[in-house]
Design a protein around this ligand. Sequence first.
Ligand code: MRU
Length: 347
Amino acid sequence: MRSVEWDAGALKMIDQRALPWRLEFVHLETVAQVAEGIRNMTVRGAPAIGATAAFGMAIAARECAEDDMAALLVCLEQQGELLKAARPTAVNLAWGVERLLDVAHSGECKTVDELRETMLLAAQQIADDDVAINRRMGGRGAALVNKGATILHHCNTGALATVDYGTALGVIRAAHEDGKQPHVLLDETRPRLQGSRLSAWELEALGVSYAIIPDTAAGYYMREGEVDIILVGADRVAANGDIANKIGTYQLAVLAAAHDIPFYCVAPTSTIDLALPDGDAIPIEQRDPVEVTTPYGAAIVPAHFKARNPAFDITPHRYVTGIVTEQGIARPPYTDSLARAVAGYEL
Ligand code: MRU
């Protein structure tokens, strides 16, 4: 089952807001619906957002009614900007839009109808590639996991956060499939609770041993000597290896360094943004404080209590032991290794 896929002329996706209680699907047919689905986190996770953006551009090609190629291209650029504005941090969103604009501008299609068809095929290819890339990363990353290891994991980086299989959770899945019997401590990941709601749902289905822990318990388990390795995903990796990921990642990395625990990021090359020299330039999404005070409609405090809600933080590269990509494991100095991975070299 894929988190996003083309179905009966529309973009079908799992509504991740309903899990783990209900497995529901939505069908999106307009660019505005796709942008809203990204914004309200019906779909979330950097690679899943990237594939969604690509399908969104295929929808844009249909929605733009122009018969003239030049006018269609102008309309596609405008719709691409609309999609890119949905969430700022995950570079995969812009990446998915740009890949489809590259197809549109390639000049290979002679008619507008041919272009519309070709853009849908390109989006489907991006979705298929994502699954293959995740499986490759899983295989490469599983080598880092010793038999019986306890892995600390943050947010959700599994099949739901990608088209299928996952990044950091994909590594855990591959280690499980290799018979390494990993045990996973799942940070619940306040305030949206992707760890407890989504990662636990996935590991339940896979039969992987896990326990949900409060985010605040991560240091406790590290000090107890229970954590062998930490695996997280990324929404954007800067050229120097600084990582933007779900809020709370930074404190895990600092604690990992204090306890001499290896800290790995698992991210496809589509998440690496070589245009940004370091993490300072990565835009951090600030979400509605109501997610903190009233998660999923359940008020913790009176509505007028004040809160702040940064959705991501930056982990400086000095805390990152390695970055698992589909090209292999990037090691410091990251300016060299990441550039080589993006250029398509095996690491
Ligand atoms: O706000 P979210 O749920 O979209 O954030 C997701 C994360 O931070 C993930 O760790 C990241 O996208 C990598 S998912 C393979």
